[in-house]
Design a protein around this ligand. Structure first.
Ligand code: CMC
Length: 426
């Protein structure tokens, strides 16, 4: 039996053969790279709902089963038995680190977490109150001016150094972006703190490093807070060829600097349909305000004449459940007592979830709560302001973007991303 598919043009009865490429997991792929040459036509796939844009060995999603794996390891295992830094190492090196490798990786990231003072001054050019996503994207692009030689890298050591550098600096830039947005003095990373703890520290500390809160004196960052944020980073670390990753690969395909590609990914992530949904979820829950008003907004979400959508619901790939959402829901339950989760917001969220999961509109369209539906309530309990929800997604996802950038560069068969169109103009 031939491993191919035959398409017939019913206008002419001509048939064309296309090879089928087998996947190690998930659906096979039809190689249509010769489609235009053979048929003189393009294929049309609005939103790429049926298109594989690359070959990849990094992340696998089975949307029907609700399965997500990084380098073959299930997300549940990584989120419960490993740290975010181990996950970063896994994505970059295709294996989990041993103790020595982890220690070295951790130390190197701590050392690389400082940014050049001139880059700090860049923030002064931005208006007061600028959204941290805007300044974070700009600062990340500006990082390319300090490491311009990364544009030339073409060997494994160079790729790894470039990747570790951006992973280490992104939390610092995100924290600077936040502090600029509220007019607070910048806090530099503390080498004695772990990756995740350091980020909370740079958000919360006063100059000099203390974290006074109210009458109870100095506030220490709790282990449970670090663990919760670390899990959130792990759950966001990569997600196959989503919109921002596709953007990163598209920019990579032109030969642009890797940090400019990451900056483009940050911009793509900001939209409400993608990573920006986490900020929108909380704003929406606050707007709904009380459980009595949930039905009114469910009705609006179902109304075809109303643009209103339930933020944190639906996913292009997950059609059963989002495994990341399931893990966060469990985490939310665990943290309920220890972290003082906002009970009003949680009640509204629970009511939305209950109604939607039993409503024909949502069932027939396979709309389930996604990761963003649950992350906001947890981040709020960690005293992270709403404007920082999407930058937190950025911190978690940077390793995924850069790993995908490296994979793109190493694949000698990859071409510039240059789709065609169905022209309907004059
Ligand atoms: N609320 C109400 N209706 C919805 C929603 C929603 N959140 N999401 C999709 N629909 C409806 C949509 O109106 C359409 O209905 P119909 O067939 O009657 O026209 C149908 O479901 C299919 O929607 P679609 O927009 O064609 O689906 P898509 O796969 O192109 O979009 C999505 C996926 C995530 C952009 C969309 O579900 C959405 O806008 N959700 C809200 C935003 C959100 O939570 N985004 C975060 C995604 S997860 C984090 C990440 O990885 O980025």
């Amino acid at each position: 039996m031939k491993n191919s598919i035959t398409m017939t043009d019913n206008r002419t009865d001509k048939s064309y053969d296309f090879d089928i490429l087998n996947a190690t997991r998930g659906p096979s792929v039809v190689d249509i790279s010769t489609f235009y040459a053979k048929t003189g036509m393009f294929t049309y796939d609005n939103g790429f709902t049926s298109t594989a844009s690359c070959k990849s060995e990094i992340t696998f999603i089975d949307g029907e089963k609700g399965e997500l794996r990084y380098r073959g390891i299930e997300i549940e295992e990584l989120a419960t038995k490993h740290t975010y830094l181990e996950t970063c190492y896994l994505l970059l090196n295709s294996k989990l680190p041993n103790k020595t490798e982890l220690k070295e990786f951790d130390l190197e990231l701590r050392h690389r977490s400082l940014v050049h003072e001139n880059l700090r001054h860049l923030f002064a050019a931005f208006p007061a109150g600028a959204h941290p996503m805007a300044t974070l994207s700009a600062a990340t692009a500006a990082l390319s001016t300090f490491y311009y030689d990364h544009i030339e890298i073409a060997n494994e050591d160079g790729y790894q150094e470039m990747a570790r550098r951006i992973i280490a600096k992104i939390p610092t830039l995100a924290a600077f972006a936040f502090r600029h947005s509220i007019g607070a003095p910048f806090i530099h990373p503390d080498i004695d703190r772990s990756y995740t703890e350091n980020f909370l520290y740079m958000i919360r500390a006063y100059p000099g490093g203390k974290m006074h809160r109210g009458v109870n004196g100095e506030h220490k960052i709790k282990e449970i807070e670090i663990k919760a944020l670390d899990t959130i980073f792990t759950l966001h670390a990569d997600h196959e060829q989503n919109a921002s990753t596709t953007t990163v690969r598209g920019v990579a395909s032109t030969g642009a600097h890797p940090y400019v590609a990451i900056s483009s990914g940050i911009s793509a992530l900001w939209g409400r349909a993608h990573g920006g949904a986490n900020e929108s979820v909380i704003k929406q829950l606050e707007m709904i305000g009380s459980v009595d008003r949930v039905n009114e907004f469910i009705a609006r979400a179902k109304d075809p004449n109303d643009d209103f959508r339930l933020m944190g619901f639906g996913h292009r790939v997950y059609k059963n459940f989002d495994p990341r959402a399931k893990i966060l829901k469990g985490l939310q339950d665990q943290l309920k007592d220890e972290l003082n989760l906002d009970s009003n917001l949680m009640e509204i969220a629970q009511k939305i979830e209950k109604i939607a999961l039993n409503d024909e509109y949502f069932i027939s369209r396979k709309l389930y709560p996604n990761i963003d539906f649950y992350s906001g309530v947890i981040l709020t309990a960690l005293q992270i302001p709403k404007s920082m929800f999407t930058p937190i997604f950025v911190i978690g996802r940077t390793v995924g973007w850069i790993t995908q950038w490296i994979e793109f560069k190493k694949d000698k068969s990859m071409k510039i991303a240059r789709p065609r169109q169905l022209y309907l103009g004059k």
